[in-house]
Design a binder for this molecule. Sequence first.
Ligand SMILES: [Fe+2]
Length: 220
Amino acid sequence: MKLTHLTDTHLVEPDQILYGLNPLERLNLAVASINSLPADAEQVVITGDLTHWGQLGAHHALHSSLAELKPAYTLILGNHDNRELFRNVFSDALEDENGFVQGVRETDVGQFLFLDTNQSGTHSGWYCANRLHWLREQLVRSPDTPKSIFMHHPPFNVGLEPMDRIGLVQRDEFLQVVRPYLGSVRHLFFGHVHRPISGSWHGVAFSTLRGTNHQIWLNF
Ligand SMILES: [Fe+2]
């Protein structure tokens, strides 16, 4: 199975510039590139910070751009996103019983778990008791099925101090919930840090990548 991972598209109003670049033009280039590949990618996942300021026009631009994608796509939220506006535009998005943009998709290579670490009012990642409960339920339900986890915030420090300062707040609670099931987690995908980084975390392979618009400086 082939999956295309994009992250941190940070769209603004279509004619606006962000850090000297037009995020929509950058996303459109990515969409055209994906479409030009042999059509064997089963799906595209964008791991949050879909928009920069959560503007309505940015969401509409995102919707129009992604409508051109040949593979199916799944979106999750980052710290820059606005859940309510997102839902207004993407009415068929993932939704758990508490209204978070979370869900499970069954694929040929196991389950994809999509998590929502957005919390209004903070750039840090948030995984509250309701979300932890939801995640535990999914894991208990099929403990041995191979899984891939997608989330915006990494559940650990990556070594880039400005990003680590706005990392996942409930990382200890998160680890406690997933730890018994890590043997069945094949990969952890996240965004947020705007750098290509890979490694392993408690034996689980992880990767993240540059945003489609701006990058974060490499400074340890
Ligand atoms: Fe971002």
